[in-house]
Design a binder for this molecule. Structure first.
Ligand SMILES: Cc1ncc(COP(=O)(O)O)c(C=O)c1O
Length: 328
């Protein structure tokens, strides 16, 4: 067997990858398993998405390569949704990048910006694609510990200057997996200003933008002045629409940044199945009828879990967003 590349050897085990096997073994032994592993969907996706998928698979043109362009209707639906949800205009063809789930886009993007000696700032604990993309790009991860002391926010002023001077990517994810922290607007303003000053790409992972409770409405990073110069934002169909397995998401950014991701992807994939993009188009259009009811279920679960943990003697904040609890 040939030798492994050193970058492969730097990869740790992906902890969530082994959970399905462990779960299977426990169930086989008769254990009643409650799976608190991945933030996976156990509720049904939007009926309109299922109908659209069913129709699309009957259409032979949907079986062709999607290529990077994908389904123009999906790009347009994403653009309309960004406008409706955040009041922000993104050109469907040049400022939206359709993804095979946001994970692949997040991981692939690093290939364009990192190399030996170039740093990415990775919040820890955090979503594993940030370190995966960094390590597979031969980049240097700088792990920033999220702590209650900073409200689980990354404080760039705590990072040594020589590290910041070599930093090309800052990964931020708010609402946050797994701390459930949210980012105030004045914090985001400060981060955007620092990224502009330091010439750092701000990779803003907004996978949980819709999973929020009690009137809290998570922002887009692009609501911050100047963000279009330095940021790319990732969105996912997974959590909002219970479509984790369908693998569909998108990135939004200025054409200068979006085209970089699109170029990398043109060499690594040929687009998500067009029928899935058609289903995602229908899901986005059914936002008003589907999403509030779905969030209500997660809120009920949040409240039940918080009460149960507190009754059991744990300190546990009531999160304003995400499907996660931070228990001390
Ligand atoms: C913070 C965060 N970002 C991105 C993703 C990836 O989502 P997708 O299913 O779109 O790849 C997840 C999934 O758990 C996540 O928790």
């Amino acid at each position: 067997m040939p030798k492994f590349a050193s970058r492969f050897q730097t990869l740790p085990e992906y902890s969530l990858a082994s959970i399905p096997q462990k779960k299977r073994e426990l169930i086989a032994r008769g254990v009643d398993v409650i799976d608190l592993g991945a933030g996976d969907a156990d509720l049904a996706p939007p009926p309109k998405a299922v109908e659209a998928l069913t129709a699309a698979v009957q259409n032979p043109t949907m079986s062709r390569y999607a290529f990077g362009m994908g389904l123009v209707a999906y790009r347009e639906a994403v653009s309309a949704w960004m406008q409706k949800r955040f009041g922000l205009r993104f050109d469907p063809m040049t400022e939206i990048v359709p993804l095979i789930g946001s994970k692949e886009g997040i991981a692939h993007l690093a290939l364009a910006y990192l190399e030996p000696g170039a740093v990415s700032i990775i919040p820890e604990p955090g979503y594993n694609a940030y370190q995966g993309g960094t390590l597979l790009s031969n980049g240097e991860p700088y792990r920033y510990a999220l702590r209650p002391r900073t409200n689980f926010l990354v404080d760039l002023d705590e990072i040594p200057r020589d590290v910041l001077a070599r930093t090309r990517i800052l990964y931020l994810n708010y609402p946050n997996n797994p701390t459930a922290a949210t980012a105030p607007i004045d914090y985001l303003e400060k981060v955007v200003a620092r990224c502009r000053e330091l010439d750092i790409l701000l990779v803003y992972d907004n996978a949980y933008s819709e999973l929020a409770f009690d009137g809290y409405v998570p922002p887009s990073i692009f609501e911050i002045d100047g963000a279009r110069d330095v940021a790319i934002e990732f969105h996912s169909m997974s959590k909002t629409y219970n479509m984790t397995g369908w693998r569909c998401g998108w990135a939004a950014a200025s054409p200068r940044i979006a085209s970089v991701l699109a170029k990398v992807k043109s060499f690594t994939d040929t687009g998500q199945f067009l029928a899935v993009q058609s289903a995602a188009t229908a899901a986005l259009a059914s936002y008003d009828e589907f999403v509030p009811g779905n969030i209500a279920v997660f809120k009920e679960r949040r409240d039940a879990a918080v009460t149960a943990f507190r009754d059991a003697g744990f300190a546990c904040d009531t999160p304003r967003a995400t499907m996660y609890l931070w228990i001390a």
